[in-house]
Design a protein around this ligand. Sequence first.
Ligand code: ADP
Length: 164
Amino acid sequence: MRVKIAVYPGTFDPITLGHLDIIRRGAHLVDKLVVGVTTNPAKEPMFTTAERLAMVQREVKGIPGNLDVVEFDSLLMDFAEAQGASMILRGLRAVADFEYEFQMAGMNQQLNDDIETIFLMADVSLQPIASKLVKEIARFGGSIDKFVTPAVAVDVRKHLNSGS
Ligand code: ADP
């Protein structure tokens, strides 16, 4: 029987409770879930790729299932193929996500029609969470404890206190 592998790609800058919920749901559906951490220099991430990779590895430890966390800086479809994946997992939040995700799924389909993009929704309470807003709230001294794990909140605060 063919093993069902999915890739969940993202910047995870930082990983939020929304991401973790999607990972938990995704890991449940497939034989193996590969969380792909993109280098994504265009987004000018707060955390380096190595920091994000270590953060995601630490945060997914408690999630049941066969999970792997891998860094990648290639074309997503090439990465997915190299991982032996037949699915790309994405999370959908509000309407705002739809247009970008729709376009990306459509173009990825043209690149490789054998790999299907699957969309999952996080728990309703976690849907509004976005890494970008978490960073903004933290920069202005607000509490991010409802949006990330305690360890990630510490990482973000440490980063801001170090002035980088
Ligand atoms: P990207 O840089 O590709 O947008 P992100 O790290 O922001 O990567 O997010 C990765 C994926 O997780 C995307 O599909 C995004 O829509 C999804 N996602 C992020 N936050 C949430 C959330 N709160 N609920 C559901 N999906 C989410």
